[in-house]
Each structure stands twice: as structure tokens, then as C-alpha cells.
Write a protein that binds this ligand. Structure first.
Ligand code: AMP
Length: 126
């Protein structure tokens, strides 16, 4: 079990396959620590996913296990992508789903970067 009760890392998950170049993505950024690409089903005018290059299931998994250089490199990449996407002036939202209650679909840690319009309520009430 990973930190969040998710199964161990599955190297066949779709983002692992994107990292290995086995399936295409609409890449917006790549460096030593991270890959960023457009979400295939965008919910906002800008909807980019940023993923670390290591094999981490969730945010908890990543922050518990990755080295400080990898963690810093990843979050710097998130900021660089937001800037390159022109979101710094209007603002943007970062979101990471973790585990079943959050509805995490892909078991490779990823941050959603939303922007390009007023985003409204943070999460539905209830
Ligand atoms: P989550 O629910 O946080 O795990 O989000 C997974 C996200 O990955 C969803 O927004 C999907 O639209 C997106 N997604 C799934 N497959 C692909 C893909 N091949 N390329 C880009 N985005 C994808």
C-alpha cells in the first residue's frame, strides 16, 4: 500500500506510458524533474497536468519519499508552467486529487493547473 491507501505504483498507468513516450501528449514543458502537458479533457481554457518523472502514486507518496531536489524541481516546474501559460496576472488554481474520496483516476502523482477564466467555488458544497 502507498501512503494514501492506494495500491503500489503501477508502471502501466497512462502517465507512466506518456513519460516513456509510448503514448503521445500535448507537451508544454519538460525538464529533469517534471513533464507538463494539456489535459485530454480540459475543464477550463487552460488545463495543464504537471507530473514528476519519478514513480509516485500520490502527493503524499511523493512528498514522503522523493528527495528534496526532486520536490523542489517539481514545484519550480509547476510555477514555470503557470508563468509560461500566461496565468500569473489573472491567477490560477492548483489541484491534486489523492485517493478514492478525491476521485483520483490516474495513479501517478499529478497537479492540475487550471486557469483562463474565473474559476468559481473551490469545491462543490456537500
Ligand atoms: P485525476 O482524476 O486527478 O486522476 O485526473 C486525471 C486526469 O488525467 C483527468 O483530468 C483526465 O482527463 C486526464 N487524462 C487521462 N488520460 C490522459 C491522457 N492520455 N492525456 C492527457 N490527460 C489525460
Amino acid at each position: 500500500m502507498s501512503v494514501t491507501g492506494l495500491p503500489p505504483y503501477d508502471p502501466a498507468n497512462v502517465f507512466a506510458r506518456i513519460l516513456r513516450g509510448e503514448i503521445p501528449c500535448r507537451k508544454v514543458h519538460e525538464d529533469e524533474w517534471a513533464l507538463a502537458f494539456h489535459d485530454i479533457n480540459p475543464l477550463t481554457p487552460t488545463h495543464v497536468l504537471v507530473i514528476p518523472k519519478g514513480e509516485w502514486v500520490s502527493a503524499a507518496d511523493f512528498h514522503a519519499g522523493a528527495g528534496t531536489e526532486a520536490i523542489a524541481g517539481f514545484w519550480r516546474a509547476v510555477g514555470a508552467v503557470a508563468k509560461a501559460q500566461g496565468l500569473e496576472e489573472g491567477g490560477y488554481r492548483l489541484l491534486a486529487n489523492m485517493g478514492p474520496d478525491a476521485g483520483q483516476e490516474v495513479p501517478h502523482f499529478h497537479v492540475h493547473l487550471f486557469g483562463g477564466r474565473r474559476l468559481g467555488a473551490m469545491v462543490p458544497r456537500g
